[in-house]
Design a protein around this ligand. Structure first.
Ligand code: DGL
Length: 271
């Protein structure tokens, strides 16, 4: 167990997708301070090589450690599936990732033993979900598909999240997943929950949608002791982006709703 102290928890992603994880974490740990970093300038990560993903992730981690964080949440499936061992081997801080929690939720949700996973190219190629799901239950059939247009659509702005373009892209990617007979679809990318309405319109009631946000939040809460939490004030949320603050701010508001937070731009290449 880690004691609660005044140090913040660091959360990061290639862009704004990880805010869907932060949204759930705040509900479980409302009194903690959070520092979020979204690397919008260099997103998407999911089309890049493992080496580039790891190099970017190391800079993201160094920035957060520089801010004095006591734990890290890798709110990105692409980094979790490609660079998690390197991060754990090179930095001495507790690290929570998202593939394990997402896989466990997927396995506990399926009724017919067939699970579909969508994610970035780099996540799909790594087979991280297939391996993790089979560690939990080797009899589960796993179907995977990468959906490269989803991240740029999500990063472009909230006007596109439930648009006709997103619906078209969702049809193009998901019709094939519907044919697999899987009854669960894991959103294996933290950007995808932003497009959930369009995705649901394509799936109808044929598949249950799961993502790793809630289970990742529960895992993080389980490593922090609850002592004094109730007596503390509401925590502070500081958001940093490597690209335009003006663009990141309204999208952060769209995701975090009424939460109070600040948004600043940072030169990530310095780290
Ligand atoms: N949101 C990230 C993920 O969960 C990365 C998306 C990207 O930058 O390609 O995979």
């Amino acid at each position: 167990m880690i004691d609660r102290d005044k140090k913040p928890i660091g959360i990061f992603d290639s862009g704004l997708g990880g805010l869907t994880v932060l949204r759930e974490i705040i509900k479980s740990l409302p009194n903690e301070d959070f520092i979020y970093f979204g690397d919008s300038k260099r997103a998407p990560y999911g089309t890049k090589s493992r080496e580039t993903i790891t190099n970017f992730a190391f800079q993201d981690v160094r920035f957060l450690l520089n801010k004095g964080v006591k734990a890290l949440v890798v709110a990105c499936n692409t980094i979790s599936s490609n660079s998690i061992d390197e991060i754990r081997n090179n930095f001495e801080v507790p690290v929570i990732e998202v593939i394990g929690p997402g896989s466990r939720t997927g396995v506990s949700t399926t009724n017919n033993g067939k699970v579909a996973v969508i994610g970035t190219e780099a996540t799909v190629v790594s087979n991280a979900y297939v391996k993790k799901i089979h560690e939990i239950n080797n009899d589960i059939k796993v179907f995977q598909k990468s959906c490269p247009l989803f991240v740029p659509i999500a990063e472009e702005g909230q006007h596109l999240w439930d648009s006709e373009i997103t619906l078209l892209a969702a049809r193009m990617y998901l019709d094939e997943m519907l044919e697999t007979g899987a009854d669960v679809l894991i959103l294996g990318c933290t950007h995808y929950p932003l497009l959930k309405k369009a995705i649901s319109r394509v799936l109808g009631n044929k598949m249950k949608i799961v993502d790793s946000a809630k289970s990742t939040a529960a895992e993080l809460a389980s490593i922090f002791s609850d002592e004094d939490a109730k007596n503390k004030e509401k925590g502070k949320i500081s958001i940093f982006t490597s690209d335009s603050r003006e663009k990141f701010l309204p999208m952060s508001k769209a995701i975090l709703g009424n939460e109070d937070f600040t948004v600043e731009q940072v030169n990530i290449e310095k780290y």
